[in-house]
Design a protein around this ligand. Structure first.
Ligand SMILES: Cc1ncc(COP(=O)(O)O)c(C=O)c1O
Length: 373
């Protein structure tokens, strides 16, 4: 299934390889597309229901609600929990903007909690960051590694604050034998094309053990329609397309293989790069959505790798609290020093499942070369 030699691409090591993915799945994708077009059911329907059942089984939750994207999943979870103006939603400042915009979009206030050296929400900082206005805690399983949920859930339970997992990057990840998506009151996933379980466009889901909440969310994603003509509350148009569900259903079959190959890639990087740059831990529950090193002279390293034909990315160069959109909340440089320090050092190396060993060795050799100069 995976490549054994370097493909003839313009870049020696591309950050992602959609053409490799399509080549491996073409027949099954075409069959799935044919099935959807033949059924004439383009939105929700049997494909989406099958995906919801499989997603709930994967996360070991009672329910999963398929929606149009991960951002909508977060927005609707907050709304379904009654969060709104005057309330604070506490999340990580080093995340993708959607972890905070979901609060801002419903008139609530995004608030931030410092991260640890591991890039994840620091439970010690969480206790200090909670205020009387905190109405939800949203840990982010950034890069595909699950936060310290035992401590976070304990702190939240002591104060009666619901936890919503932002599991957008962590489908299939585990901690202490429990799956990402099964810890919080509700959990949100993204199936953006760059995610480990990826749709052919935008798609997302919410998992929960709270069946009443799931029922409310499944109305909310469809205009609050209780029946064809009866609207029970103002909702969204955030339904999953059947085509996306069909693609996700077939890719779910290969998810374990994707995760295993990413683990193998990570192990190869770790063996070659430890001691040269700061590396992530080799956590068995990690799904390595990203492989993020922390490096001195990051920008120069990234430029050197680019010149060498290695494509990398930075997730994310500007912490959310320092974005112009957050100016009205009064945040300033120095508010989250660990997050800010890491934002100048983090670099995501290619980790996708179509990488060859030769390609990984090439990246590692180039990094060694950079620091030997
Ligand atoms: C941590 C995190 N949260 C939320 C999102 C939002 O997901 P989407 O792009 O599907 O709206 C993403 C993904 O892009 C993400 O990485």
């Amino acid at each position: 299934m995976w490549r054994t030699s370097i493909p003839k691409l313009a870049q020696k090591v591309p950050y992602i390889d959609f053409s490799g993915q399509y080549a491996a799945e073409r027949e099954r994708i075409l069959a799935a597309v044919d099935r959807v077009f033949s059924s004439g059911a383009y939105i929700l329907g049997a494909e989406v229901e099958a995906f919801e059942t499989r997603m709930a089984a994967l996360c070991k939750t009672k329910a999963a609600v398929a929606v149009a994207n991960g951002t909508d999943a977060l927005v609707m979870c907050l709304r379904a929990l009654g969060i709104g103006p005057g309330d604070e939603v506490l999340t990580a400042p080093n995340s993708y903007v959607a972890s905070a915009s979901c609060a801002g979009l419903i008139g609530a206030t995004p608030a931030f909690c410092e991260i640890g050296a591991d890039q994840l929400m620091d439970p010690a900082a969480l206790s200090r960051a909670i205020t009387p206005r905190t109405k939800a805690i949203m840990p982010v399983h950034l890069t595909g590694r699950v936060c310290d949920m035992e401590k976070i859930l304990k702190i939240a339970a002591e104060r009666g604050i619901p936890v919503i997992e932002d599991a957008a990057q962590a489908v299939g990840a585990e901690r202490g034998g429990r799956r990402a998506g099964s810890f919080g009151r509700a959990s949100c996933f993204s199936f953006h094309p760059l995610k480990n379980l990826n749709a052919a466009g935008d798609a997302g889901a919410i998992t929960t053990d709270d069946e009443e909440l799931a029922e409310r969310l499944s109305l909310m994603r469809n205009h609050g329609l209780k029946s064809r003509n009866e609207v029970s509350f103002w909702g969204y148009n955030s339904r999953m397309d059947a085509l996306q569900a069909a693609v996700l259903n077939l890719r779910l079959d290969g998810l374990d293989g994707v995760i295993a190959k990413r683990h193998a890639n990570a192990a190869r990087y770790l063996a070659a790069l430890r001691g040269i740059v700061d590396c992530p831990p080799n956590d068995p529950g990690d799904v390595f959505h990203l492989f993020v090193i922390q490096a001195d002279r990051r920008d120069a390293l990234q430029a050197f790798l680019k010149e060498s034909g290695v494509s990398t990315a930075v997730h994310y160069p500007i912490p959310i609290h320092l974005q112009p959109v957050c100016a009205p909340y009064g945040y300033k440089k120095g508010d989250f020093p660990e997050c800010e320090r890491q934002s100048a050092r983090i670099l995501s190396l290619p980790i996708h499942q179509y990488l060859t060993d030769e390609q990984i060795d090439f990246v590692c050799a180039k990094i060694r070369e950079f620091y030997a100069r």
